[in-house]
Design a protein around this ligand. Sequence first.
Ligand code: SAM
Length: 285
Amino acid sequence: MAWTPLKVLDWTARRFAEAGIEAARLEAQVLLAHALGCTRVQLYTGFDRPLEESELAGYRGLIKRRLAGESVAYLVGEQEFWSLSFVVDGSVLVPRRDTETVIEVVRDELGDRAASWRVVDACTGSGCIAVTLARELPAAQVWATELSPEAAAIAVRNAERNGVAARVDVRVGDLLEPVAAELPVDVLVANPPYIATDVIAGLPLDVRREPHLALDGGADGLDLLRRLAAAAPAALRPGGLVAFEHGFDQGPAVRALLDATGALTPAVTRPDLGGRPRVTHARRR
Ligand SMILES: C[S@@+](CC[C@H](N)C(=O)[O-])C[C@H]1O[C@@H](n2cnc3c(N)ncnc32)[C@H](O)[C@@H]1O
């Protein structure tokens, strides 16, 4: 039997589903398109042509690695976020759809998108939040901080790739320390590590393969959020916006942390696409 793209996709989708991969067919399509150097749509224009052994060999390698727990984004080296394309490698967290809620909060809260907003994205990783905000706010200056130099280098590449390198300044260091001279700003956002240390061992394999530094939020997951919340009032101009992503069960704790500063409007939590409360925001009084 000759292996055609259609047969290969059917086989892989079944195998992935058996292995508990949720988006089995989509992942199979992305990997086959990557192995063949074409788009997902192009797969179907030649769906019944026999594949060469050399084409199959590259694809088989990708399937093996996916079944061994590597995520598709790492295998193909990129991930879509807010309809933009981001380079990823093992030094950064793979951008998640849930994190687009941070972008929605900022977009909805800032009246005039064309103003010269000054924005800080702490814990930037791939730079997905910083780069997307620079694209959404065309006159904004964005500073992004990141503790890992390797991750910061990926964020710089992503700012270049998406045409906003002139307005996204990536700095290596701890939380707000690298941007101390730029404060106060109009917007402070962060998707910091927020998973409790003990919980990490029980996460799916592909998540555990992401950098520990991107996941571990300390004993209760709130170490970084606690520090960021305490720093928020001094980091913001009056009326400035703070918005943090957090775990679905951390909304009350993050609201309490922001409210405890006494310098912000009562914190509000917004649900992500799946309806789980994931982004908490407030304004500097
Ligand atoms: C959960 S990931 C989020 C990455 C990206 N913002 C996103 O939404 O996909 C958290 C990032 O924070 C970085 N990080 C951890 N501790 C940090 C610290 N103290 N200061 C700055 N960045 C830190 C990690 O290296 C990781 O890239």
